[in-house]
Structure formats: C-alpha cells, structure tokens
Design a protein around this ligand. Structure first.
Ligand SMILES: [Cu+2]
Length: 114
C-alpha cells in the first residue's frame, strides 16, 4: 500500500503539468507580465485561464506578427467561458485578451513549449 502511494506520486510528477495562469490573480491586467518567467513549459502542458468574462477572453493567435499587433486574425480560436484549459503545442503559443484593448494594455502572453 505504501509502495503504491509512492509510485502514484512519482507518476504525477512526470506527467504533463497543469498551470493556473497568473496564479491566484488569474488572467488579468498587470499580473501577467512576469508570471511565466522562470517556468519551463512542455508541449501537452495545460494552461488554465481564469478570468471575469465581462472583462476578458482568451484568443489564441498563430502568428507572432498578429500577437505583436494585437490583431485577431480570422480563424483565431476564442475562449470565453472564464475557466478555459488550453493545451500547449510545441513552439510558441500566443495568447491575448481581445476585449477593451486589454491586449494593447499588456494582457498578452507568449509561451514557449519544448
Ligand atoms: Cu481583457
């Protein structure tokens, strides 16, 4: 029984990780800039975006240029439930809020996944 417990803990530690973006503050202005610093992400990890749906959404952009210009390209995937788990793909993953020019105000995040 003890061995089974230890073994299951080890399994958890080597699986894909799940992160809450912004920790307790969630996906919100002024808390995102430094959140990802010092963290290492892998393809398959889950980022959970938690936010007030009256204020924010999460748009996944495919191109760096759109990310830099806060441009919601047609066909972009938009999440708006306020509690969205999103799986990272290998390479750069670009996320913005497209409401109220929040992206221009800094609510955007670029994550590299190994
Ligand atoms: Cu917003």
């Amino acid at each position: 029984m003890v061995f089974a417990l230890i073994f299951s803990n080890i399994n958890l530690s080597v699986g894909h990780r799940k992160y809450t973006v912004g920790d307790d503050n969630g996906w919100d202005l002024n808390v995102i800039t430094n959140w990802a610093k010092g963290k290492t992400f892998n393809a398959g990890d889950i980022l959970e975006f938690k936010y007030n749906t009256a204020e924010h959404n999460v748009v996944v952009l495919k191109r760096r240029q759109d990310f830099e210009n806060c441009n919601v390209a047609s066909g972009s995937k938009i999440y708006d439930t306020g509690r969205d788990p999103i799986k990272l793909k290998r390479g750069y993953n670009y996320f913005i809020c497209s409401k109220y020019n929040h992206c221009g105000g800094g609510l955007k995040m670029k994550i590299y996944a190994n």
